[in-house]
Ligand binder design. Structure first.
Ligand code: PEP
Length: 253
């Protein structure tokens, strides 16, 4: 039985003041109730320390996550932050391959695979995002696109690396648009991803968590998370409001 996972991706949002009240809301909300779902939040890198300290003040098991990293450990890479540095800050989860990074920052499959390996080498769990554009879906090549993105990491890191990794299926057309994939559309791709992993290793495929991202909110989360191959969610906009995020997490319990 796979434990559900819900991760908030705060993207480039938040002042110290806003973060103080958001995390306080999450900590007190989760203190009041038992939950079986695993929860992570990913602030910007400059807010990691503040969020880590705030999480440590309350009784909660919310994991600290990051939105990106670089694959080199240290050196002349101006503006970058290494996986070693993130681990040193207490980070446990790192998102990589987000479509915004692929599209806006021209990140390639090769670069993403290198980051995946660096994250694991530093004892953290990668959350590998994969997903197709609207044009690709219309052309009927969704599975090819998604599985090729996955294969580039399997080829570089090996299938065994997926014993400590999460895959986030995020159709690009659903991110930040309010146009969520239907539970059936998402389940179909999740099932393809699991089947593809199973062709290399059935046990690893059964254990790996595949979470869905793309306009998840408290109204659609329950139905999405009840699909057999959807193991939780990667939540952008709706993770910036404590009550809404808590309610999404509740749907995964
Ligand atoms: C995301 O940023 O990964 C995401 C899914 O965003 P949103 O929930 O806002 O669509």
């Amino acid at each position: 039985m796979r434990q559900k996972l819900v991760v908030g991706n705060w993207k480039m949002h938040g002042s110290r003041g806003q973060i103080q009240s958001l995390v306080a809301g999450l900590v007190s909300g989760f203190e009041k109730r038992e939950h079986t779902v695993e929860i992570g939040i990913c602030p910007t890198n400059i807010h990691l320390e503040q969020v880590g300290k705030l999480l440590a003040t309350g009784k909660n098991s919310i994991k600290l996550g990051a939105q990106n990293t670089y694959f080199e450990e240290k050196g002349a890479f101006t503006g970058e932050v290494s996986a070693l540095m993130l681990a040193d800050m207490g980070v446990e989860l790192v998102i990589i391959g987000h479509s915004e990074r692929r599209r806006l920052f021209a990140e390639t499959d090769g670069l993403i695979a290198a980051k995946f390996k660096a994250i694991q080498a530093n004892g953290m769990m990668p959350i590998l995002c994969v997903g197709e554009s609207l044009e690709e879906r219309k052309q009927g090549v969704t599975n090819q696109i998604v599985l090729a993105q996955l294969d580039s990491v399997i080829n570089a890191a090996g299938i065994v690396a997926f014993t400590n990794a999460t895959i986030a299926y995020e159709p690009i057309w659903a991110i930040g648009t309010g146009q969520t994939a239907t539970p059936e559309q998402a389940q179909e791709v999740h099932c393809q991803i699991r089947g593809h992993l199973a062709s290399s290793d059935a046990i690893i495929a059964e254990g790996v968590r595949i979470i869905y991202g793309g306009s998840v909110n408290s109204s659609n989360a329950g139905e999405l998370f009840s699909q057999p191959d959807i193991d939780g969610g990667l939540v952008g906009g709706a993770s910036l409001k404590a009550e809404e995020f808590i309610s999404i997490c509740k749907s995964a319990d």
